[in-house]
Ligand binder design. Sequence first.
Ligand SMILES: [Zn+2]
Ligand SMILES: [Zn+2]
Length: 420
Amino acid sequence: MLNPIVYAAPVFLLAMALEWGYGLRKGRQYFRAADTISSLSLGITSQLIGVFTLSLNVGIYAWAWAHAALSKLPLDSVWVWIGALLFYDFCYYWLHRLGHEVAILWAAHAVHHSSEEYNLSTALRQTGSGFLLGWLFYLPMAVAGVPPLVFVTVGLIDLLYQFWVHTRAIDRLGWLDRVFVTPSNHRVHHGQNAYCLDRNYGGILILWDRLFGTFAEERQGEPIVYGVLGQLRSWSPLEANLFHYRQIWRDALLADNWADRLSIWFRSPSWRPAAAMRLAPKPAVDLQAFERFDPPLPAGLAAYGLVQLFCLLGASVGLLAVMPQLSVWEQALASAGITLSLMMLSWVMERGRTAMRSECLRLSIQLVLCAALLANGTSDLGALICETLVLASVLGALQLARVHFNLASAPAVPPLNDSA
Ligand SMILES: [Zn+2]
Ligand SMILES: [Zn+2]
């Protein structure tokens, strides 16, 4: 079966374009180029990792269903489907809640919260390591007898539903905000303000939060500061995925006893061993003085990053479509190539002109590899992917040269201050 994301990707892009256009008309800036590139890069890497881990997670579920189900529920009952969707949403609530309350789960989930913007691209900012422990929370569905096909389908519905709620373009929606997860109550979930912390975990229904005491309504007159306490300060998809694991690991090493060293992984993400606080104190967060991560980026490089990102996105969607016809090694090499490219592209967004040399190297390698694949012969879609990347390499090199000469002829001070 074709990966559903292949169909969903054009819809996501169209919706983002509409949100961007609406913001432009209203004089509001919902998007920043580097942040959008970072969010989409994380969406792509999460999907590529998902190709290798989904069968493992679904396999565990199917095994539990085959061996531990109390009864096997029928596929042809509409009540099984409706009940399964509710059951999934309930399990999701607890996975999501513990994803904020337990350090090792937060390390995976925090990726989704690492943007300091809030727009439809934030919805696609997904973790690459959620597969490690996430499956545990859905085992009750297998024990209850929900067939694997129903489980996978309702899981996809729950995930896709959450796309539209990541926007500032839709205001409050009245009673809907108190029943369903909506843009208003999910904005609260992404906030750093004191009243927003650890609130509104629901996937489709916000009723779970009202039932378990974690609901908070969006406050008028108190602008939400998006992001997490403890800034990521990077556009790199790799850094975003490793950041919190590394922080926990560092604190565990600083701890002076094994109880702290081991328990830190399962405590609240804000908890730190006494020795770590003493040896590596962190300043208190002051939201009044909060500054978004926004390294200087010349407009030409922002445009370059967006063009390259969309080419890599097209190649990734094509790759997801041809994945079933590839060997595991081909899948792994192609996925690693795209992930590495996204990582290097993030350096351009972070370091501007100083990363142009490594970017030229990336374009050269991309050009040679894709040209070699085309010369050796490949499937129609494979050829289209390679041709897209060859074109991206050539156009990218020309664009980089233009940016380079423009910057070289610009006044020396300040050199890189026309941020996009
Ligand atoms: Zn969350
Ligand atoms: Zn979200």
